[in-house]
Design a protein around this ligand. Structure first.
Ligand code: GCW
Length: 683
């Protein structure tokens, strides 16, 4: 019996050792050649760099790789230079990033030539919306890797350390150099002594990978945990409390990065509660951080129940303060003016705030893009955003160049991504969601990379062809890389098509932000949280009029964009119903009516996902069984969801359009009332 038991354990163990559960992310080279690393200096960061070279060297056996820290004006910040026998940089972090770049090029068979690589943004930061009880707001990959509930919540285990180490390594490998460890809907308990001890433990593990630790803080902390009567930012006691708290943090974490704040937004406290302004609040915290070299990232995600179009409010509220912030305050602005919708035009604050550094907040976690069920490669969406021309300083004033220091010279340049990482074995819930973590890092490092190149790299690193038996590289490129890349590149647009084509937005059912709910408008819920507020469908037509006959949000954009968006005939069709309310029989550029075009778009989205299923089934011979099945099942669910999106939206809007669904597309399969009922039950 005992022997049998042992054999069973052995079999289980060896199975789990070979399990391909995606935990290794894009860092999966298994064999390496011997290499001689030459570096005269030593430090924790340099040790990581040396080890990575030894573990991952794919170049000539016994080659010498020289790591040199030497000031060179052409190298900026933590940039580096690939030289013929190694890496040169101004800083240790530069060496680390150079090493990862070198190894990546070896693994993906890219050219390795003398070249300087400088980062687009100095600060490349992940925002974790992780709560102290271990749950994650808008997280779809399990519980938090940082926090947990229970009596041992603050105990740092061996496993914790191992995981944080792996997490740090993954970030460093793509150039991410900062992590905000907790939710912007922050608990005041974050700043308690016991919690800060755990923050210190995390920071100690992240540091050798060049990652700076930041925290989200609650504005009312002085009153909530400091025993003060107020949290008024101009009150001397409050100012003192923040100074002392900040000093306490720095005594534990000398290289602490600073605070991220959501204030006077969605019920969070802020300076306005005391009759003060965003500038008063941000500057008070900035003054506390300044002596230690820390920064404040103050979010501009604000909208009140004032009745003003939600899309206009951040601009209205923040523009008057341009130039009034300390130089260590950065205004953090979501890519679009509403809220991470499948597609939005860029927020008009980009390029408009000229005297204050502005950083973009992207959402890596798929809150509005099918959670971790739908395959959504997000780099094309971010590329579209970063390359959008704001025209603020003339043609070519792209969002990227307005935020990366190319146009406006501020002390800091930064970009943030809301993380999709959790305790799931594969970190991100969906295997392909890993590509979004990867892409965020790559774009933060180099905002001009194309989404195609990033997809190419990620596929090569993640599904290394070496693991595929009996397959040569031409075969692999043609029959795996190419079709899978095509699916990735098409995936975001497919979702836009079956969820919210032509500029429609926020028509999700309820709070989960997952399934369709153009009908959803329960009594008592804020109007600007309900879909009818956004789609405005009625017997006359559909869409949100943001022209001068409507909310005039178009006026927040600089010419020639203002006039371009104002006129339905010049407005890009991708944003048509974002800016216009148009009749159902409005004539599109291709001659179809608006209603017919909507029908075709919804159907196209669905057909695209059905196509993705076929592509994936065809690549089965090139991939391990576990990852194959994982994606296959997800795609099946996505197809069913896409069908529901199409049916729900077309049948619902048809009640207003009173027009038939064009005869050549597949008929709906679901009944509208059943979809509504299903949605009600779910909530
Ligand atoms: O997108 C919305 C989310 C909230 C989130 C908020 C924000 C963290 O639905 O869950 O809260 O935005 O960005 O502050």
């Amino acid at each position: 019996m005992k022997a049998l038991f042992r054999i069973a354990i052995f079999l289980l163990l060896s199975l789990s050792l070979h399990a391909e559960n995606g935990h290794k992310l894009w860092l999966r080279n298994t064999t390496s050649n011997p290499v001689n690393v030459v570096c005269t200096k030593d430090s924790p960061i340099l040790s990581v760099a040396k080890n990575e070279l030894k573990q991952g060297w794919q170049g000539e056996s016994n080659a010498s790789v020289v790591l040199t820290i030497k000031t060179d004006k052409a190298i900026v910040g933590d940039g580096f230079k690939i030289v013929n026998n190694g890496i040169q940089a101004n800083t240790e972090k530069g060496i680390l990033y150079g090493v990862y770049e070198l190894l990546r090029r070896q693994q993906t068979n890219e050219v390795i030539k003398e070249e300087i690589c400088n980062p687009s943004y100095q600060l490349r930061i992940l925002n974790h919306w992780d709560n102290l009880d271990g749950s994650i707001e808008r997280g779809y990959a399990g519980l938090s890797i940082f926090w947990k509930k229970g009596n041992d919540a603050m105990v740092v285990s061996k496993n914790d350390k191992l995981l944080w180490n792996e997490y740090a390594r993954a970030n460093a490998s793509v150039g991410i150099n900062g992590s905000v460890l907790n939710n912007v809907n922050a608990s005041p308990d974050m700043l308690r002594k016991e919690t800060l001890q755990r923050v210190k433990a995390i920071a100690d593990i992240l540091r050798p990978y060049g990652i700076t630790t930041y925290l989200s803080v609650k504005f009312s902390s002085p009153a909530l945990i400091g025993g003060l009567k107020t949290s008024d930012p101009l009150d001397p006691e409050v100012i003192k409390w923040w100074k002392e708290k900040t000093a306490e943090i720095y005594s534990l974490i000398p290289d602490f990065g600073g605070f991220l704040i959501k204030a006077n937004s969605e019920g969070q406290p802020g300076p306005q509660d005391f009759g003060r302004t965003h500038a008063d609040g941000a500057n008070m915290l900035a003054d506390a951080l300044k002596p230690h070299g820390g920064i404040v990232m103050w979010r501009a995600f604000v909208y009140q129940t004032s009745g003003e179009d939600r899309a206009k409010q951040a601009y209205t509220e923040f523009m008057p303060f341009d130039g009034q912030f300390r130089d260590n305050v950065i205004i953090q602005v979501k890519n679009g003016p509403i809220d991470f919708q499948p597609r939005e035009p860029f927020s008009p604050l980009f390029g408009a705030m000229k005297k204050t550094p502005v950083m973009a907040e992207l959402q890596i976690t798929q809150e509005y893009l099918g959670h971790s069920v739908h395959l959504a490669y997000l780099a094309p969406m971010w590329e579209e955003f970063l390359q959008s021309d704001t025209y603020q300083e003339g043609k070519g004033s792209t969002v990227a160049s307005c935020t990366n220091g190319a146009i406006f010279k501020h002390k800091y340049t930064a970009i943030a991504g809301v993380s999709n990482v959790g305790l799931d074995a594969n970190w991100c819930g969906h295997l392909f969601a890993q590509s979004n973590w990867y892409s965020f890092g790559r774009l933060a490092w180099n905002s001009s990379l194309s989404s195609e190149q990033i997809a190419d790299e990620w596929i090569k690193l993640t599904f290394s062809q070496n693991t595929t038996k009996n397959c040569n590289s031409i075969d692999w490129d043609l029959n795996f890389l190419k079709p899978v890349k095509q699916v990735m590149l098409q995936s975001h647009e497919a979702i836009v098509n079956y969820m919210m084509p032509l500029g429609l937005h926020h028509i999700f059912a309820a709070e989960h932000h997952y399934g369709p709910g153009p009908w959803w408008a329960p009594k008592g819920v804020r109007k600007d949280w309900t879909p009818p507020y956004y789609h405005q469908a009625d017997s006359l037509g559909i869409g949100f009029d943001r022209t001068k006959t409507g909310s005039n949000a178009v006026s927040q954009y600089k010419e020639p964009l203002h006039l371009l968006f104002e006129d339905a005939t010049t407005c890009p069709e991708a944003f048509l119903l974002w800016f216009h309310h148009l009749p159902w029989d409005y004539k599109m550029k291709n001659g179809r009516t608006l209603w017919n075009e909507m029908c075709y778009r919804y159907d196209t989205g669905l057909q695209e996902v059905r196509q993705f299923q076929k592509v994936w089934d065809n690549v089965q011979p090139y991939i391990d069984a576990e990852r194959f099945t994982h994606v296959q099942l997800k795609l099946r669910e996505q197809s069913r969801n896409a069908q529901e999106w199409k049916d729900a939206c077309l049948l619902y809007f048809q009640q207003f359009s009173k027009m038939p669904i064009p005869g050549d597309i597949e008929r709906p399969l679901n009944e509208l009332d059943q979809l509504i009922e299903k949605d009600l039950k779910r909530n």
